[in-house]
Design a protein. Sequence first.
Lengths: 285, 159, 756
Amino acid sequence: MKLPPLEYVCPTSLSEAVALLASRDGDAKAIAGGQSLMPMLAFRIAAPTLLVDLRKLPNMREIKIGADGVRLGAMVRWRDIDKDARLASAHPLLKAAVAHVAHYQIRNRGTIGGSIAHADPAAEIPGIVVACDAEIAVTGKSGSRVIAAADFFQGVMTTDLRPDEIITEIRFPAWPARRRWGFQEFARRRGDFAMAGAALFYDEDAAGSVINAHVGIIGVGDRPRRLPQVEAVLNGRAIDEATIARAAEATSSSVEAQEDIHASAAYRRALAGIMVERALLSASR
Amino acid sequence: MSIKFEVNGKPVSVDVEARTTLADCLRHHLRLTGTHVGCEHGVCGACTVLVDGDAVRSCLMLAAQAEGSKVVTIEGLSNDESLTPLQASFRKHHALQCGFCTPGMITTAHALLSEEPDCDADRVREVLSGNICRCTGYISIVDAVLDARAAYKKRDGGP
Amino acid sequence: MKNAFIGSAIERREDLRFVRGRGQYVDDLSPDGLLYAVILRSSVAHGRIVSLDASGALKVPGVHAVITGKDMPGGPPIIPMRLQPLPEFKPFEQPVIADKKVRYVGEPMAVVLATSAAIGEDALEAIEVEIEPLPPVADWRTAQRDEALLFDQQGTNRSLTFNAVRGDADAAFRKAPYVRRERFRVQRHFGLTMEPRGVMAEWNAATGRLTVYGAAKVPFFNRRILAKQIGLPENTIEMVENDVGGGFGARGEFYPEDFLIPFSARHVGRPVKWIEDRRENLMAMNHAREAEVEVEIACERDGTILALRGHAQVDVGAYMRTNGAVGARNVAQFMAGPYRIPNVKLDVSLWMTNKTPVGTYRGPGRFETDFFRERLFDIVAQELGLDRVEFRRRNLLASSEMPYPIATITPYEHKDEYDSGDYQVTLNRCLEEIRWSEKSKLQGKLLDGRYHGLAVGCFIEGGAAGPKETARLAINEDGSISVFIGSSAVGQGVETVFAQIAADALEVPIDRIRGVFHGSTAYVSDGYGAYHSRSVVMGGSALLDAAKNFQDALRAAAAKRLGCNAAAIEIGEDSVKGPGGKALPFAEFAGLSAEGAFLNKKHTYSYGAQAAHVAVDPKIGHVEIVDYVVVQDAGRIINPMTLRGQVIGSLVQGLGGAFLEHLVYDEHGQLLTGSLADYLLPTASDFPNLRCVTMDMYPSPINPLGAKGAGEGGLIAAGGVVANAVANALQSFGVNPRELPLTPARIWEMVQSARK
C-alpha cells in the first residue's frame, strides 16, 4: 500500500500555500496531521499530484479563549485540546467529544482543521462544530470568508471548501457557565468511529425550562446535523422522563440512517435515539 | 528529495521520493528495521516512533514531514549492555510472544510513562488500545507497563 | 539437578532481541540487487480471463519484468493438499497463478518485479486485464444450486462430504423421549497475524542453489512441494526460517506466493522479495471458520444425551488449499467434545464459493463446533427444566472411561481416542473461580440498566499431530551445547522451552544450552513443523530421544579417549569423568552431535472449562465481559508462563471471533472488509477481565514428556460460553443467539424481535 507518485512542498506563508493549492486545478491537496489523508493515499483512493504541507504556516496553532468564545487555530491538535485546562470550563462539550477521538498516536498529530476538511460523517468534531453553530474561517485565492457550520458539510466527505481554500480557524460561540450539555457515542471499540453519537446542549430560563436547545447527531446519515424536531420537543419544557423519552422518539423518527456492515438502518435509528436520551440524562443531572 | 533530521540522537540526511513514509525511510533507507509495518493505514500501531517526543504512527507521516525533527525509534530506546526497565518488565511479564507488535508497544508505553508515570490501568489500556497485538491478549502487556511505572517515577521529569 | 527447568517460568531468551527491535523478520532482509514483487490480484470474484496485457507495466521506469502463467513451461503448477489429500479434492486444488479463470477476489494474476514496491504498485495500474464476468457464487446455498460452477468439469460445487459416525444415531433418535433441533452459524474470520506474510528468494546460478526466506510452520513439506514444482532437487533448496510474526495456523502453509517468488527469482536471476500488505493479507491469507449446521440432539428426560445428528455446511472458498479440509472434518469429528455421546451421525459438506480459500485457524473446526454444541446444551437444559451445570456433569466423560474412542471420520478413515483427563475437576475449579454459586442469583437480573448472565462450557483440545519430529544436539567449540529442532517458531517461545527440556534431559545448567535453532531445513535431516499445537510434545519428545543418544555418543567418545568402558563414564555439568577421576571438558568433544526422533500417531488431549459473567445493555447491544475464567489441564507443563500466555492470547482471539471479527462479502463476491478499520480486532481496552488457571493433573501417557499440546484451548469454548452468557442475561426476553458474531446490532435485533 505504497503511496501513489506525488510532489511535496512545505510553504511558510498562507498566501504561498493558497497559491500552490490553486496551481494544480484541483489536483493539489493540503496535508496537516495526515491522519485521515495518508490512509486514503495508501489505499490509492485519492491521488493528488501535489501535497501542500501546512505545518510551517504561522498563527494556526493557538487556542484563544475570550468573551466572544473559543477560537481554535486549524492546526490545533487533539492533544492540544486535551492539555488545555481552560477548556474544561470554556467549552466542556468540545473537550468531552475530543476525548473520544481515535487513539493516542493519532491524537498527537491529528488536527481539528484536518478533521473538518475531511468531513467523515462519523467523526466527532464535525458533529460538535454543527451542534454548536461554529463558524469556519477559510482563506483561498479569492480571499477570506467565514462559513457557518450548517452550510459547511454537504455530504459524505464533501464540504463547501474550494480546492484552493485552507481552513485557518474554527470559532465556537461563547459558552455560558450554567449551560447544560451532554455527549454520548457508541462505537464498536474504543476510539472507533461512532455508530451513532449525540452532542447536545441547552440553557434554562428562569422557570427551569429548556431554551436554545441544540441537538446534534453524529455518524447517522451523510453529514452531521442538528435535529430541529428534537429541539422543538425540548424547548419550553422541563427536562423530565417524559420529555427525554419524547426527544429520543423524535430522534429515531427524524434521522435518515444508513446501513453498513457494522449497523443496520433500524439499529442505527434506535441507537441515535438512545444516545440523545443518555446525553439528555447526563445533561440534566 | 533530500531530507535532514535527527534519528536516535544522530543527524541523518536521506534522499527519498516525496511519497516515502517515515516508516519506510527508517526501515529501508536507514536500515533501522526495529520499527515494524503492520498495516500502512494507521490502525495497528506497530510502526510507532517518537517524533519530537510524541508517539506517532510513522506510516502516517511522510519522511519529508520529519524534516528538522528529532526522531527516536526502538533502537534509540535500547542499549547493548542491559535491558531498560520497561524492556525488562516486558520480559518478566511475558508481554510478548512473536515480538512483531513489541517495538510499537514499548515505544508507546515509554512515551506514556515519560509523561504520566502515575497512570492507572484504565489509562494504560486506553493508550495501548491504539496498538494491536494478536498473540498475548494484552493482559500481560498492561501488567508490564504498570510494573515499569516505578522506574519512571524515580526519574527527574523524564528521560 | 533433575527437573530443574521443566516446570519453571523461565524468562524467554528470544525476548532479548524482540524487546530491542532486533528480531529479524523477512522484510528486514534486503540483499544487494533485490527486486520487489508486487502481485496483480483479481478484482473480479468469478470470471474467464480473456486477455492480460502487461506491456504498459513494462514501460514504467523501474519495472524489471512481469511474470505470468505463460512464463511457466507446462502451465502453472498446482498446489497439492498437505492434510487429508483425498482424490476427491484434487480437481479443486489451486494453480499458483490464475489459469483461464479467476475464482476469487485476490487471486494472483501476474507478478510485477520492480526496484521498489511503490513502483511495482504503480505498474499494476498499467496492466490491462479483460475478464468476462461469470455469475458469482457468494455463499453455500448458491453453491448448492450447482447453477454457476466454479469448476465446470466437476458438475458440482461440493468437493466432498465427511461423515462422522459412532454407534447408531438413527435408532437412538427413534426411541428418544426428547429431541431438539436447531440451526447455528459461525461467520467467516481468520487467523490474522500482526506480521503479514512475506517470501524472499535468492537463486545462485553458479551453484544451482535456491534459498527461500520467510519459511514457517512446515518448511520441510513446503520444500518438497517447491522442488517438484520448480524442477530442482530438494537438496539444492534451503528454506530459512527467520523470526515470524505469528502463525495461528494460517502462516506457513504453501501459498501461491511460495512458488511465484522463488520462480521469479530464478527467472530473472536476481533476489526477489514479496511482502504482503494488509489489504492483500485480508484477501489472500487463508480464511476460516465459516460454517453452518442443522443439528438435532436426543436425550432422556433426565438430560442423559443419547445421540447427536446433523448436517453441516462449510464454505471453503474457491480452492482446496493445503489444509482446507481440516476445519470441516473437525466440525464433525469433535462436535461431541468432552461429553459422552454414544451415538453420533454428522455429515459435513465442503462448498466451493468465489471467496478466498480457507485453511486452518487455531482450533480449526473446534471453535465452530463447540459453539454449536454448547449453545444447544443450554437450550436443551432450559427446555427440560434442568440446571445447566448438572446437565453437563451428567454427560461429561469420566477419567475411568479413558481412553475414549470418538466418532470415526470417513473418508480418510481416522480413528482417534481421548488419552487422559478428569473433566469434572476442571469444571469444578472453573465454577469455583467464577464464583458460580454466589453469582447464580444475578442470572437475568437487571442492574443499572444492564442484564447480567453466566455461562460455563467444557472443551477438549487435540494436539500433537504426528507422525514424527526430529531433533539434534551438538557440542560447540566452547563446550556449550546447541539444539536443532525440526519444529518451527511462530512466537510460542520454542527457543526457551526447548532449552529447558534439553537442560533437564542432559542435567546441565540452562546457560550451557547456547542456542535453539529451529525450522530451517539446514538444521535437521527432516522436520514436520509447528501446527496442531505439536511443537512441545513432538519436538520436545524428539529432544529427549536426542539427549539419550547424545549421552550415549558422548560416553562412547570419552571412553575411547580415556581408554575405558563407556559404562564407567560419568557425565557432569560441563565435563565427563572416567575411572580414576580423569576429567575432560565438553569442549574437548566439539563437533560431537546426535539426533533423535519421536514417532507418534496418536493425539494428545488437553482439556478444561471456561466460564463467563457478562452484563448486557439491551438498548444498544453492548456486552461487557465482567469476568471470564479459563481452567485448563495441559498435562506436564514445561513453562507455566508461556503456557498462560498461550491460553490468554488464544482466549482473546476467541472473543474476537465471538464479538468482532468478520470477513464480510457482498453478493458479488466482493470483500467489504478491506482494512483494519472494518475487520475489527480486539484491542487492549476490549477484554480486560480475563483469568486463567493452568493445571498439570494428567500427564499424557503417549509421549515421554507427558506434555499435551495446549496452544488452542483458550479459544475453543469462547463462542459457546459467550453466546450462552448473553442468552442467560437476556432470558426475560427469550432471545436465542444462534449466530456469531454477537455484534451490538445483532443483540439489539434479537431483543426487538423477542419483544414483538
